[in-house]
Ligand binder design. Structure first.
Ligand SMILES: C[S@@+](CC[C@H](N)C(=O)[O-])C[C@H]1O[C@@H](n2cnc3c(N)ncnc32)[C@H](O)[C@@H]1O
Length: 375
């Protein structure tokens, strides 16, 4: 199977009052706020004790347009300046894959009349790093704190075409094995790459799409991702897409990792983990109900159902759009592709309207890792 560099780029959703990432998961990375600020305070304390004067470097991996982490990064700037002085130089590294819309990121950082951006002073240096986050993205021993939210479920490469579906939940045993093996290798590489970049005493705080101890998973719709994916199978059966397009459509992600998967690099005697002095500090599963007024109403009337379905479809649109678009034949015009994609979202909308009492939620696992001062 050919390996490919992931080309996913979030597509602006159908609902305009909030940004895509807020629609998708409610900026769930902010649930890591206390772990991130606690790690930062430890870094500041050790610098004060060691009287270190060098630059503080923060990295956000898989940042998209940077909106999800904006408030958090402003709080980090405030915390660093309060602890190390107003003149403390801070480098903020924004990573995403090269296909990402970095122009949107720049707009978010700059802010505009209505929306404020980063608390940019003359000592704040934002840097864009268009690279795959599974490789090393920064010089060794150069970063104090790395954060990443809702990004590590995307695999670094496609390892199979799922025959009877498009997602891990529909994959057969052999396909599942290949996906899980790739996810294991990717998580190891992600941890080791960040470990190389971190300075001794630095922290990595991640919020990862996952399953939990009850085998539960994110449920934007009542029956979860497998149901969201199943409409593609229906489209293949109905001849809306060809068999070839069906096979080429893949949600290339492991969204069902569990605690043991996040622990694996630390339980496997990997020489890099030991050499770098990486230590698993904590792991916490988080179930987060998405916030929106009609999500809480039982027995909705027609208007409420329409509002509910619009919002649910908006939370699936940005990521599913690319999964669908990526599978369609190059011989189709863009208009034809859009018509097929619209067909998918019509099917999804119909299902959502028929199951509008469901309260959507997402499940993530927060993982905090430290690089010891002396390995
Ligand atoms: C669901 S968005 C999350 C964005 C943001 N961190 C948040 O919390 O909302 C996932 C992001 O991960 C990025 N991503 C996926 N694979 C990546 C890779 N190999 N390297 C860097 N970024 C990647 C995607 O481009 C996308 O912007």
């Amino acid at each position: 199977m050919t390996s490919f560099f992931p080309t996913m780029r979030m597509k602006t959703g159908l609902c305009e009052e909030e940004d895509d990432m807020f629609n998708i998961h409610g900026h769930v990375g902010n649930h890591s706020r206390s772990s991130i600020l606690e790690s930062l305070r430890k870094i500041i304390k050790s610098r004060t004790e060691d009287k270190t004067k060098e630059v503080v470097t923060i990295g956000d991996f898989g940042t998209a347009d940077g909106r999800a982490s904006l408030c958090l990064i402003n709080d980090m700037i405030y915390t660093i300046k309060a602890g190390l002085g107003e003149k403390q130089a801070i480098v903020l590294c924004y990573n995403d894959q090269p296909m990402n819309d970095f122009n949107r990121l720049i707009e978010v950082i700059r802010g505009n009349g209505q929306k404020s951006g980063l608390a940019l002073g003359s000592d704040i240096y934002p840097v864009i790093i268009p690279r795959c986050m599974y490789g090393v993205c920064l010089p060794y021993n150069s970063m104090d704190l790395a954060i990443s939210s809702v990004a590590t479920h995307y695999l670094s490469k496609q390892v199979c075409q799922i025959k009877n579906g498009i997602s891990l939940g529909e994959a057969d045993e052999g396909e599942q094995l290949l996906i899980r093996e790739q996810a294991k290798a990717d998580w190891r590489t992600f941890v080791i790459s960040r470990g190389r970049e971190l300075k001794p005493g630095g922290y990595l705080v991640t919020m990862n799409v996952s399953s939990d101890e009850h085998d539960d998973e994110a449920r934007f719709v009542e029956k979860g991702t497998t149901c969201v994916a199943s409409f593609v199978t229906d489209m293949a059966k109905d001849g809306v897409i060809t068999q070839e397009e069906y096979r080429a459509t893949n949600f290339n992600s492991h969204y069902l990792r569990k605690a043991a998967d996040f622990q694996e690099p630390f339980n496997s005697d990997l020489p890099e983990i030991k050499e770098l002095g990486l230590e698993l500090v904590s792991m916490k599963p988080i179930k987060h109900y998405l916030q929106y007024p009609t999500f809480d109403i039982v027995n909705k009337d027609y208007v409420e159902k329409m509002d509910y379905s619009q919002r649910i479809v908006s939370s699936i649109y940005p990521w599913m759009y690319h999964v669908l678009h990526g599978g369609l034949s190059e011989s189709r015009t863009e208009e034809e592709k859009q018509a097929v994609i619209d067909n998918y979202f019509d099917r999804l909308r119909e299902y959502v309207l028929a199951h509008s009492d469901h309260k959507p939620y997402v499940i993530h696992t927060e993982v905090v890792i430290k690089k010891k001062k002396t390995a």
